[in-house]
Design a protein around this ligand. Structure first.
Ligand code: SAM
Length: 433
């Protein structure tokens, strides 16, 4: 049952890219490829598996998590093998005792959708399959020119990411320096020497916006990344910083991944560039970090911008969004209280205004934040070439002045999943007046 227990944890997590989470997890005992394939396919058929759980009422009988149940149902009914991959285990036995009932529900489901086999079931084009595989040359480790000489990639340049229709092509991003896009099937991913040496970081384009915005026309010698694991934005920020990035992470498992990623990204010589702090960011005393001038705040969110979740009803659950927004507000308010901070970049991989513009509006309306002198930066220093900005209507609660509204929305950036070549994302840049 080890495979299922290990896969269960990935199914439970709603954050981050599945592929990188699985393949970066050094504690896995099962083959990561098997885990990834299992979780990926279970997510793909999630809505059908859930129907079988509800109709068969098997969840009332088996006292195991819904995720574990989904994985077992997946392998029994939705996989080509049609069997549970494990030796003897009491959970497997109790599950298989319901086999006939589950198979009957499966037949009914196929009749309902008028299909003969699983692969004919309509599934949302969901997944972790990014339309483009983005990678960033890690300039802490290697100079970009030397990178291309050393690795002889032999790829044909294209001028738009939309032209990356097959392997063998490469696109140099117009917005973020040292960022490149290739076809998802290009072999520049996790198995290459460049990746293993930490010379490239596989990172979605939008996820590179915060560190770039923070350091654009600005120099910081000390930065805090308040919600750091697995550490993509941390290592990007470290490539700009003079002294140190304090990478704060409260989750004990994720802090392990953060440490590994940070060590790989900096190497022995520059390991002091990133200092990992295993702490809840809100418990860090701002007065202890007076010389920190910039912060990145990329807190937990609904993940609705990540492929496959954008259409997920669960991510729109208003109670959940309210709780997330309140947490996001708290963590941001704490970040804005650092005495030396002059720029703070807030970001989420959510497409919901509740977690994005509305958190920003709440912060701008907060008396303490106002008195500290925070506002949103002008568009010209917030990746001005990017067309999609914040939703203007969301700022109407602050003012009716259309110029001011436009200016505030200009201090924010949005990306649309897939259409913009990657995940759905939001970033807002706060600066002190
Ligand atoms: N910035 C990361 C990157 O680009 O690789 C991704 C960050 S992820 C969206 C949010 C992270 O914040 C999670 O690892 C979560 O455990 C962490 N987190 C949540 N609440 C926190 C808190 N109060 N203090 C520190 N970390 C926190």
């Amino acid at each position: 049952m080890k495979l299922y227990f290990e896969a269960e944890k990935f199914l439970k997590q709603s954050e981050g890219n599945l592929q990188s989470k699985v393949f970066n997890d050094k504690n896995l005992k099962s083959n990561p490829k098997h885990i990834y394939a299992l979780v990926y396919s279970t997510l793909k058929y999630k809505e059908y598996i859930q129907q079988i759980i509800t109709k068969s009422k098997i969840n009332k009988q088996l006292k195991i998590s819904n995720e574990l149940l989904a994985l077992l149902i997946h392998d029994l009914l939705f996989s080509s093998r049609g069997r549970i991959e494990s030796g003897k285990h009491h959970i497997k036995d109790s599950f298989l005792a319901n086999k006939t009932r589950l198979q009957a529900e499966f037949i009914k489901l196929k009749l309902k959708y008028k299909v003969k086999s699983v692969d004919q079931l309509p599934t949302v084009e969901q997944d972790d399959e990014t339309p483009i595989r983005w990678f960033r040359i890690n300039t802490i480790k290697i100079d970009p020119e030397r990178f291309f000489k050393k690795h002889k990639l032999n790829l044909q340049p294209v001028s738009r990411f939309q032209d990356l229709t097959k392997p063998g092509l490469i696109y140099q991003d117009d917005h973020i320096p040292n960022l490149y896009g290739v076809h998802p099937k290009e072999k520049i991913t996790t198995s290459t020497e460049a990746y293993k040496l930490g010379e490239i970081i596989i990172q979605d384009r939008a996820s590179c916006f915060p560190a770039y915005i923070l350091n654009y026309k600005d120099e910081h010698s000390k930065i805090i990344d308040a919600c750091a694991a697995p550490g993509n934005k941390t290592s990007h920020a470290a490539s700009f910083v003079e002294d140190v990035v304090y990478a704060v992470e409260k989750d004990s498992k994720r802090v392990g991944i953060l440490k590994q990623m940070s060590e790989k990204a900096t190497g022995k010589n520059k390991k002091k560039l990133i200092q990992v702090l295993h702490q809840d960011f809100t418990t860090i005393k701002p007065e202890d970090y007076e010389d920190v001038t910039g912060l990145i705040v990329d807190p937990s969110c609904s993940g609705s911008g990540i492929f496959g979740r954008a259409m997920d009803e669960e991510t729109k659950n208003s109670d959940r969004l309210e709780k997330l927004a309140s947490f996001q507000f708290t963590i941001m308010k704490h970040a804005l209280s650092f005495p030396g901070a002059r720029k703070v970049v807030y970001s989420t991989c959510s497409v919901h205004a509740e977690e994005n513009e509305r958190v920003v509006v709440d912060l701008l309306s907060d008396e303490t934040v106002k008195n500290q002198g925070w506002t949103l930066a002008d568009r010209e220093v917030v990746l001005s070439t990017w067309e999609r900005r914040g939703i203007e209507d969301e700022f109407m609660t602050l003012t009716r002045d259309s110029e001011v509204i436009k200016k505030l929305a200009g201090g924010c950036i949005r990306t649309i999943p897939k259409e913009d070549g990657g995940i759905g994302f939001f970033a807002a840049c706060f600066v002190k007046k």
